[in-house]
Design a protein around this ligand. Structure first.
Ligand code: GCB
Length: 867
């Protein structure tokens, strides 16, 4: 028998010769839910009531009360036990009743809490659990404001825990009742010390035993110790027990996430098992240096990874944990060695995954964008951080603990408060930061404290940037601010000014929609190419700077943010993977630079499926690889031998009409893909029946609704198409073009979001025939908005209501008289108007938008040949 088997057998005998007296039941099934206490529906946990309204055309989503109830039967045999009801997360305030009696209240949507419900229970009877949940804005509960949806509901497991009178405490901020500390950790030896909090809820003093077994990854016992412990009555007793050092320990790291396991068996004097616990043990030590970045186990390690939000397409934050665990696998497979769980603690099971797969973790509480200067806000934030640290303390992967994100963001855009009020906000924010820092250092003295800042001098001026041990900058150069190459110079300047501050790039990245692609990627166009360009450059700039501890991309996946008007409204599209976790091309680029293990080639053309080219055009494609060189073949003839720099090579491909077969061959690996191309040599509608133009835009847009790709716009070219006058509508010169707003009544938002303004004639040189011509319009005029993410200050000033009236002609035919979009349709409503017309001359089609008042606008045209 192997040692491991022996151990399992012994443990089995110890635990099951006497049944463990502690029992933990997950009670997620069959809750009743109501928004008004009148109409009830049966739901399972995880649950949220904002699944639909956070994604519809109506601004806002229901932030208010939700009621849950459930009956649980408790047998009289359980009478002597202590019963806890544990909620792993309820967003954001929960008030709990048992059999009509108030049990307690908890504030904060991302940490666990529990209540001892023993004295409220009826035995051999059903007991009614009722929970009132509130996700209303509350000035005293963080987050007050942030770029993600605050879905309301009970969205992590609910547990009923029954325990004998002596057990590991559940009262220390809903932690597991024990804390793992390490001592003398080095390559030669490493020790574990356990602080356990053991509760005795009987009035008598009792003698108990605690057995600790430290096992290696094969299940062999490496250290064992049994202590006899005297527990005083009616109290919680704290014990520190050291296991002697392990010699030549195998250290934990992302490359070798070696885990030991600590099993704890708590029994009474007769050997009856009262309670058991088990936890991952990873021997490692970490420090951070302003010149050389992060050190793990004495060696520098560049952190490259992602931020993660917890929601998922179609599920909101009510995501089964097994589905969430897949995220961690996808992130690991990309080659990442760090995750920032933003902006709040995520499900604990994911931290366990990070331990196992080897990913360093930054975890934080949701004090985001602003603070309230009130006693209650401070108290809730500090309490949240206590719960956070105590519940997440034992995971060896947790290296960095944070507590604030961009705390001056609101202040930076505040044009209402007086100077004095602003000073008060600054002072309060710094004060809270200091208190959270002190608390974190006191509770987690071996972790690295961290805070994330946005691009603003306020953080330096106020000194808040000097509080945490590591400073994370969230920098969106090339998106909200400045340009892509400005990243490095900004960081160099910071490093020079504050040479003692260790720095990490905690957020960066542009929005990207897989339906959008272009030869000429531009800021704010949501193209997959711009996403590639920005990430590739950022990676290079951070790699070039030894002082940078690392970078975490914003974001692993697209995520819900209700107020947003990205190419998919209500979704922040900066993900490396889509909302449903389908990778975007950029995910594979990261894999090619980070994953050194297996040879890898990826042809980044997933979204070129509807590529339309005119005349002799070629189209640039990127190939991602961790190889040095490869040969690229197109339709079986050699196109080019390429070398990969920074994980990619770009080449112009002369596609032919129809299926094109690309093959990339390196010494160790090869890859191929077929791309379908429509090559139009003349607008004769012979090889195609429909032509769609994304008017006012430089990008292709693949549209599911019309099942086709709209091609980019251009100034008029004889025998082709284009505008004779007008310019792309944009809300400022800084941002590229279009309106980052939800377009109502459509899912083809990018088609409408970009448009030409002031174009009175648009020509398409099509031959004689009968056509269906569809024109796409939206009134772009916007109201003043509080949307601080999409809008710069100047944009919020474009408020005056302008009138825009025009006649629409197709050649000589008047198809719409005195068209006034603002009058005829609700705000930002996508309008499609189709007309059948006969072209009976050789001048093709001219769309005329004759202004009566203001400047006409047009977003797109789709021409379909009927005969
Ligand atoms: C930030 C915030 C994050 C946002 C992100 C964005 O700086 O920390 O919560 O989602 O920018 O996409 O604008």
């Amino acid at each position: 028998m192997t040692n491991k088997l022996k151990y399992i057998l012994i443990l089995f005998c110890v635990v099951f010769s006497f049944k463990t007296l502690s029992q933990n039941t997950i009670i997620n099934s069959g809750w009743q839910f109501s928004e008004d206490k009148t109409h009830w529906e049966t739901v399972n946990i995880p649950h949220t009531w904002n699944l639909f309204d956070a994604f519809d055309d109506e601004p806002g989503y229901r932030r208010g009360l939700g009621y849950y109830k459930k009956q649980v039967f408790i047998a009289s045999e359980e009478k002597e036990k202590i019963h806890y009801l544990k909620f792993n997360a309820v967003n954001q305030e929960a008030t709990v009743f048992i059999n009509g009696q108030l049990i307690g209240n908890h504030k904060g949507g991302y940490t666990a809490f529990n209540f001892d419900i023993s004295k409220f229970l009826n035995y051999d009877a059903y007991n009614l659990i009722e929970v009132t949940v509130d996700n209303s804005h509350n000035e005293n509960i963080p987050p007050l404001d942030a770029d993600f949806t605050f879905y309301g509901g009970i969205y992590r497991d609910v547990e009923l825990i029954s325990l004998p009178k002596q057990h590991f405490s559940l009262n220390d901020f809903a932690s597991d009742g024990f804390y793992i500390n390490y001592y003398n950790v080095s390559e030669e030896k490493a020790g574990v010390e356990v602080t356990s909090i053991l509760t005795n809820q009987s009035s008598k003093n009792v003698k108990t035993k605690l057995r600790l077994d430290l096992l290696d990854a094969n299940g062999n016992i490496v250290k064992t110790r049994t202590e006899t412990l005297k527990l005083f009555g009616d109290t919680s007793n704290e014990f520190k027990i050291k296991l002697s050092e392990v010699y030549n320990p195998i250290l934990w790291s992302p490359d070798n996430p070696y885990l030991y396991k600590l099993n704890m068996v708590f029994s009474d004097n007769n050997g009856r098992v009262l309670d058991t616990k088990s936890t991952n043990i990873g021997f490692r030590w970490a420090s951070v240096d302003a010149e050389k970045g992060l050190f793990l186990n004495g060696k520098p390690i560049k952190l490259i990874g992602v931020n993660r939000h917890q929601d998922f397409e179609g599920l909101g934050n009510a995501v089964p944990v097994e589905l969430q665990k897949k995220d961690i696998e996808i992130i690991k497979n990309m080659g990442a060695n760090v995750i920032r769980f933003a902006h709040y603690p995520h499900a604990r099971e994911l931290y366990d995954m990070c331990d196992k797969l080897g990913i360093i973790v930054w975890t934080e509480i949701p004090v985001v964008n602003k603070v309230t200067d009130s006693k209650d806000f401070f108290a809730t934030s500090l309490n949240m951080q206590k719960e956070h640290i105590k519940q997440y303390y034992n995971y060896p992967s947790v290296v960095m603990i944070g507590y604030m994100n961009e705390i001056f963001l609101r202040l930076a855009f505040d044009n209402k408060s007086s100077e004095d009020e602003k000073e008060n906000i600054k002072t309060a924010s710094v004060k809270l930061a200091q208190q959270l820092e002190d608390l974190t250092r006191q509770l987690a003295p071996n972790h690295i404290t961290v805070m994330a800042l946005h691009f603003n001098e306020l953080y330096n001026e106020t000194g808040i940037a000097d509080i945490s041990m590591l400073v994370g900058w969230n920098l969106y150069f090339g998106w909200y601010d400045k340009d892509i190459p400005d990243l490095g110079s900004f960081l160099d300047e910071q490093h020079q000014r504050y040479p003692k501050r260790p720095l990490l790039l905690s957020e960066y990245g542009p929005g990207a929609d897989v339906r959008i692609y272009t030869k000429t990627p531009k800021k704010f166009d949501f193209s997959t190419e711009y996403q590639a360009k920005l990430h590739q450059s950022y990676y290079q700039q951070i790699s070039d700077r030894a002082y940078m501890a690392g970078m975490t991309a914003w974001n692993f996946a697209d995520f819900g943010s209700e107020f947003r008007g990205d190419a998919i409204p209500h979704v922040n599209q900066k993900g490396l993977v889509q909302y449903n976790r389908t990778p975007k091309d950029i995910y594979y680029w990261y894999k090619s630079v980070l994953n050194k293990k297996e040879p890898f080639i990826y042809i980044a053309t997933t979204y070129l499926s509807g590529l339309t080219l005119f005349g002799d055009e070629t189209y640039p494609i990127q190939i991602y690889s961790n190889q040095k060189k490869a040969s690229v073949f197109i339709n079986d003839s050699l196109l080019e031998d390429v070398s990969f720099k920074n994980g990619f090579a770009t080449l112009n491909v002369p596609f032919k009409n129809g299926d094109n077969y690309i093959r990339v061959v390196s010494e160790n690996v090869s890859e191929f893909k077929t791309i379908q191309v429509l090559k139009i040599n003349t607008l004769d509608f012979k090889e195609f029946s429909r032509l769609g133009i994304n008017i006012g835009s430089h990008f292709y847009f693949t549209d599911q609704v019309h099942q086709m790709t709209f091609v980019p716009d251009q100034p008029y070219k004889k025998n082709w198409f284009g505008y004779l006058e007008g310019k792309p509508f944009g809300m400022s010169t800084d941002k590229n073009q279009g309106i980052p707003h939800n377009i109502k009544n459509t899912t083809s938002d990018p088609l409408f979001q970009t448009m030409l303004e002031g174009c009175s004639s648009y020509k398409v040189d099509i031959p004689q025939g009968v056509y269906k011509v569809s024109l796409f319009f939206v009134e772009p005029q916007i109201k003043a908005s509080e949307n601080i993410y999409n809008l710069s200050k100047s944009e919020t000033e474009i408020t005056p209501k302008i009138r825009r009236i025009f006649d629409v002609y197709l050649n000589k035919e008047l198809v719409q008289k005195s068209f006034n979009l603002a009058e005829e349709y609700p705000e930002k409503y996508g309008v499609e108007k189709s007309t059948i017309i006969i072209i009976d001359n050789s001048d093709g089609l001219t769309v005329s938008l004759k202004p009566i008042e203001g400047l006409p606008v047009i977003s797109g045209i789709l021409i379909e040949k009927i005969n």
